[in-house]
Design a protein around this ligand. Structure first.
Ligand code: DQA
Length: 156
């Protein structure tokens, strides 16, 4: 089983960015723990601060390499996957393009947010991802990614 975790903008700064909200652990360290916990699952990781790259990666995960329109192959490290865990970061609250990409693929997508966005500013209360997602996990810190994998395991 292959699962792809996609992190959106600013999530490359986990461990350094607002640790009171997002915690002090880097995502790379957390990913090591996750891979050790799920040795039977191939966990791929992709992070981008660029909306279109996230759309491209969703296409590739859903349709394979032939969906990748980049001349030189933007994402050589992966093809079709069984399930996707997506924290789209701030694009959650703005991106119709990511919403449409999730709708375009059949691969189930679990939306994750580290913080409880509903306890925060009003602009974080609306998600363009939620109506397209197979499930949503919010407010459990980094543990939300593990909970999403557990959820995906049951549906794929
Ligand atoms: C976030 C919440 C978003 O509102 C914010 O823009 C992020 C991180 C979270 O994981 O809590 O970048 O998705």
């Amino acid at each position: 089983m292959k699962i792809l975790i996609i992190n959106g903008p600013n999530l490359n700064l986990l461990g350094r960015r607002e640790p009171g909200i997002y915690g002090a652990e880097t995502f790379e360290d957390y990913l090591d723990e996750l891979r050790a916990t799920y040795e039977d699952i191939d966990i791929e990781y992709f992070q981008s601060n660029v909306e279109g790259e996230i759309v491209d990666r969703l296409h590739q995960a859903g349709f394979g390499d032939e969906a990748n329109l980049c001349d030189s192959g933007c994402h050589p490290d992966g093809g079709i996957v069984d399930g996707i865990v997506l924290n789209a970061g701030a694009y959650t609250h703005t991106s119709v393009a990511i919403h449409d990409a999730i709708k375009a693929i059949e691969t189930p997508v679990i939306e994750v947010h580290i913080s409880n966005v509903h306890q925060r500013e009003d602009f974080r209360h609306h998600s363009y991802i939620s109506p397209a997602a197979a499930g949503i996990i919010i407010g459990f810190g980094l543990n939300g990614y593990r909970l999403a994998i557990e959820g995906l395991r049951d549906i794929i």
